[in-house]
Design a binder for this molecule. Structure first.
Ligand code: APR
Length: 268
């Protein structure tokens, strides 16, 4: 049977079908088609317009808590208006297909969970949550109307977004789960990340050393591209549904944007 020109490589499709444990590492690119901006894309990335040292560090928050709070409040509102795209949906579908699965995400937007993914490890926190900047206690409700960031009802310290800033450590349990997955998985899909921010950027090399196949899905090249076993160049919202459909064609995959059911297998 002929494969369509952009069909995923058959050996990758076979590896995915045979895998007992699939891990996925996602970055901002997986949410780009939901309208959530990435960080490092040249024209549209947040860090091309904003200085991360003024917005995403503990010292920035100490210097100007209102500016940092307002910037995250703006992004929280934007994420609230966004909806999962076919890339998120395909990953939720993939989780239902394989015996063991974990999705490690650097994203803070919660879109994977909203698409139906269950085993999600948030490496950089979640922008929809807020915690006390002193005690770390999560707070369910806060008042956004004041000038400054709202205060913790228990201790009076400022509340802050529940995300990991530059110069901060990742949560221990998230990092442990990520390293465990990289060590044990058979296939690691690396989707929509510039692979520049550590420790997440170290996970593909760990997986490769332990014998996993590493697959990069990204329209651009990254420092990982040369090391990956397979590189699928293209937007995640097109590539991922096609990959999952190719691996499980004929087993009831829903039709997604950009392809239909088993279509990638049919001769042109
Ligand atoms: N599909 C797949 N990948 C895409 C798409 C798309 N539709 N659009 C863009 N990309 C790719 C870009 O080519 C780029 O390689 O997504 C990547 C986004 O990279 P970054 O903006 O650097 O995002 P990320 O890798 O998640 O950044 C890591 O940096 O600032 C911190 O805490 C922030 O979690 C973030 C971390």
């Amino acid at each position: 049977m002929l494969a369509a020109p952009n069909a995923p490589p058959p050996e990758l499709v076979a590896a995915l079908r045979a895998a007992r444990f699939v891990a996925v590492l996602t970055g901002a690119g997986v949410s780009a088609e939901s309208g959530v901006p990435t960080f490092r894309d040249a024209q549209t990335g947040l860090w091309s317009k904003f200085d991360p040292r003024e917005l995403a560090t503990p010292s920035a928050f100490a210097r100007n808590p209102k500016r940092v709070w307002d910037w995250y409040a703006m992004r929280r509102a934007m994420v609230g208006r966004a909806a999962p795209n076919p890339a998120h949906t395909a990953l939720a579908e993939l989780e239902r297909r394989v015996p063991e699965f974990v999705l490690l995400t650097q994203n803070v937007d919660g879109l994977h969970q909203r698409a139906g993914s269950i085993r999600v490890v948030e490496l950089h926190g979640n922008i929809t949550q807020v915690r006390c900047s002193r005690e770390g206690t999560r707070v369910a409700q806060w008042d956004d109307s004041d000038d400054a960031p709202p205060r913790c009802a228990a201790c009076g310290a400022f509340l802050r977004p529940d995300v990991v800033w530059f110069e901060e450590m990742l949560p221990d349990d998230a990092l442990e789960a990520a390293e465990d997955a990289a060590t044990r998985c058979d296939v690691l899909l690396v989707v929509g990340t510039s692979a520049e921010v550590y420790p997440a950027a170290a996970l593909p090399a760990i997986a490769r050393r332990r014998g996993a196949q590493v697959v990069e899905i990204n329209p651009d090249t990254t420092p990982l591209t040369a090391q990956a076993d397979h590189v699928l160049h293209g937007p995640a919202g097109v590539v991922l549904p096609a990959l999952v459909a190719a691996a499980w064609s004929g087993s009831g995959m829903a039709t997604q944007r950009g392809y239909s059911g088993g279509a990638p297998f049919l001769p042109d």
